[in-house]
Write a protein that binds this ligand. Structure first.
Ligand code: NAD
Length: 714
């Protein structure tokens, strides 16, 4: 089909090859090679321009191919360049040379093309790829929009509706769903290059026409005003609080309303608006935070990793069942242990029901359901666990019960087996003391529903070995969780920080705020729901149970969640019984405010001598969110979390903290630690006993605020 004639230039990031086709046409191939993801770093941009100019200048070259010899065509912009520096030539300059080349340029997508990578392809005159290849413009996930003409070229090639979907959602799609973007879509990647060269021959035979995307006219009848209005409406809930999605829509609108050159200018303006937004800073912070979570000092490259081929789970209740599904989904066999056969059968039946529900929604095939169920077996005998590599205990939250379980595990499990607890609050060091191998004991704190929630707090004790930490953190990736390493304390990071959240919500109700006001302010702040709705959903009795276990730490405050305690006394434990802080109609999850609860608050406030007053939105946010941040500062001081970004990952993945705020610690950094510190001092001084009890600023917060520093500077 072809032969390589000679290699004229070979830079590090882009190599240049002259290929003579069967019909003796000469094609210049530019191969991007910038591992690991072929990011469009400066070296790639320089290489592309140099080689494009060389190919254009070489009279013997008839056509130009841009492709890659890596697994990806290109993963897009080099994110490390976001912080600035000498970035010339920028991507638009490269795309300009491509689009204005007098010789036809064809992009041959040998692998995924994302962001700037797809924009390179869109600026070429022709595109060739294989059917299942993935392409997308994921910039919106970093709080920005495609700034290399993607918002102007994609609508011209894919149509306005599909371009909107791709740009606003950021989701990649298969190339075969974009027939108007690609000139050739082959079935398999193996035939890609030969088909691409055959396509080149055809273009040359047809007169080597240059076909610029910018010259494509959008049929305005395909993009009436209503299309955008409907799109905005459909997005209202999903995109609430985010800055970039609306700018993405405006950029695509510009592609319809303006000539190409002006559309590009508008795209540039909107791109810069996004770049300067606090939401983009937060989302980019979070992007790095998530990746940084796996970099811990507790192990290194040399630390060995144990094989996890089979897992045991103790307790087939709410958590045990969900945890088991994670392993079955990853193809890892699980043995579940229960006290009684009946509980075991019930647990396994619930798992089956969950899988069958997924199958009904089309997420699994019937065969996959059976394959996964086949990986789950049960037993009521500890001896069944003699060969497992990891056990996760998820029994009742009681130290004596847990210690008994660990003693039994110590007796039957093979040497080297990792013994983990899913406890939410108990001291895992103490649990480990029940065994003769505390170095193999660790906390694996899953969040409910455990088969859905991405977060896993990996809790090291003072004795856990580096090998066990490394093994469990690697295992988390296999079961599709985001692991964050934390230390032992009451509630670890997530639940310890949430304590103030429920406490202040309750206290403000005592001081005269309505639950629906508090919930609305917190929902509008960006959390999935407010504290009262959350308490009712989780069950007010769960909170009461945790409070009981910590009575000695809260007994100095007679007002501590007193309203919640009184509601539980009345049997108002939440959604599951149709009444909690709110009332619920049968079969509905919609909270209905109940005036009798406000009456109760008034009466209890009078008994405790707490004055009722109007409470502002700002006070609600400060009193609910700032104590969380303050607790986060204590957690950092104590070394329970290694870095503030770890706390942010926990809060976004475990508690639905809005990613456009980057997590509580990034939010604090954004508004300034002095703001948080000053407000803590104000409430400490103005809220009487309550303020003295709960609003003392953490020393670290004080220190950083005084130095004008951020948590991220630590
Ligand atoms: P659950 O009551 O639904 O399930 C506990 C199960 O353990 C029951 O099926 C029970 O029969 C079984 N069990 C009790 N003692 C046992 C023993 N000695 N041997 C074998 N099985 C035994 O409780 P859950 O909500 O799944 O909670 C389990 C653990 O997970 C607790 O430590 C809890 O704090 C923790 N946790 C719960 C959540 C949550 O939201 N529910 C979240 C994170 C962690």
């Amino acid at each position: 089909m072809s032969q390589v004639e000679s290699k004229t230039v070979n830079s590090d990031a882009v190599s240049y090859e002259l290929i003579r086709t069967l019909s003796a046409n000469k094609i210049a191939a530019l191969w991007m090679q910038n591992p690991p993801v072929n990011a469009l770093s400066k070296s790639v941009r320089v290489g592309l321009i140099e080689h494009l100019n060389a190919a254009i200048a070489d009279d013997s070259v008839e056509m130009i191919v841009i492709s890659s010899k890596q697994n990806l065509f290109s993963g897009g912009a080099d994110i490390s360049e976001f912080s600035g520096g000498d970035l010339e030539p920028n991507l638009p300059a490269v795309l300009d040379v491509i689009e204005n080349s007098p010789k036809p340029v064809v992009a041959v997508l040998n692998g995924p093309a994302f962001g700037g990578g797809l924009e390179v392809a869109l600026s070429c005159h022709y595109r060739v790829t294989f059917a299942s290849n993935k392409v997308g413009l994921p910039e919106v996930n970093l709080g920005i929009l495609p700034g290399g003409g993607g918002t102007q070229r994609l609508p011209r090639l894919a149509g306005v509706q599909q371009a909107l979907d791709m740009i606003v959602s950021g989701r990649p799609v298969a190339a075969k769903t974009l027939p108007s973007v690609f000139d050739v879509v082959v079935d398999s990647p193996e035939t890609l290059l030969s088909s691409a060269l055959a396509f080149c021959e055809k273009v040359i035979a047809d007169g080597s026409k240059v076909r610029k995307t910018c010259d494509v006219q959008i049929d305005v009848s395909t993009a009436p005003k209503e299309l955008f209005a409907q799109y905005r409406q459909g997005l209202a809930t999903k995109a609430r609080g985010f800055f970039a999605p609306e700018r993405c829509i405006q950029a695509v609108e510009a592609s319809v309303a303006l000539p190409f050159a002006q559309g590009l200018v508008r795209e540039g303006e909107l791109f810069m608006e996004c770049m300067r937004s606090k939401e983009a800073r937060a989302q980019q912070h979070f992007f790095f935070a998530e990746r940084a979570a796996s970099h811990v000092k507790d192990f290194d490259k040399e630390t060995p990793v144990r094989d996890i081929k089979q897992v045991g789970i103790i307790g087939a209740g709410t958590m045990g069942g969900g945890i088991a599904m994670n392993f079955a989904n990853a193809g890892i066999p699980v043995i579940m242990l229960e006290l009684k056969q009946e509980a075991l059968d019930k647990g396994l039946a619930l798992i089956r029901k969950n899988y069958e529900n997924s199958a009904k929604k089309g997420k699994l095939t019937a065969e996959q359901v059976e394959d996964r169920m086949a990986l789950l077996t049960g037993s009521t005998e500890y001896a069944a666990l003699s060969n497992v590599d990891l056990v996760i205990e998820a029994v009742f939250e009681k130290m004596s019960v847990k210690q008994e379980v660990f003693k039994a595990l110590d007796a039957v499990c093979k040497p080297g087996a990792i013994l983990a607890s899913n406890t939410s609050t108990l001291d895992i060091d103490e649990i480990g003391e029940a065994t003769k191998r505390p170095e193999d004991v660790i906390g694996l704190h899953f969040f409910s529903p455990a088969n859905v929630m991405k977060l896993l707090e990996v809790v090291k004790t003072s004795k856990t070995s580096p090998e066990v930490i490394k093994t469990t953190m690697k295992m988390a990736k296999k079961i599709n969780k985001v692991a964050v390493l934390v230390g032992v304390c009451f509630g670890f990071v997530g639940n310890r920080m949430i304590e103030g959240y429920g406490r202040e919500a309750n206290r403000m109700m005592l001081e005269g705020a309505t639950p629906e006001h508090v919930d609305k302010v917190i929902y509008d702040f960006g959390l999935p729901m407010g504290p009262f709705t959350m308490g009712d959903m989780a069950g007010q009795d769960i909170g009461a149970f945790v409070r009981e276990s910590r009575r000695e730490f809260i007994k100095h405050d007679p007002s501590y969640c007193i309203l919640a305690d009184k509601l539980v006394e009345q049997g108002r434990v939440g959604l599951k019984v149709g009444k909690g802080v709110y009332l619920y109609e049968e079969g509905s999850r919609k909270p209905i405010p109940d005036p009798s609860v406000l009456e109760l608050a008034k009466q209890v406030a009078a008994d405790l001598g707490v004055a009722q007053r109007d409470i502002s939105d700002q006070e609600i946010i400060e009193r609910i969110i700032f104590p969380m941040i303050n607790e986060g500062a204590l957690i950092l001081e104590e070394g329970i979390a290694a870095k503030s970004s770890d706390i942010d990952v926990i809060y976004v993945y475990g508690y639905g903290f809005p990613v456009y705020r980057g997590g509580p610690m990034q939010y604090a950094d954004e508004i300034g630690l002095k703001t948080v510190y000053d407000a803590m001092c104000k409430y400490r001084d103005e809220l009487g006993e309550h303020g003295k009890n709960w609003f003392e600023p953490a020393p670290l917060l004080k220190q950083l605020a005084e130095q004008g520093k951020r948590f991220a500077d630590l």
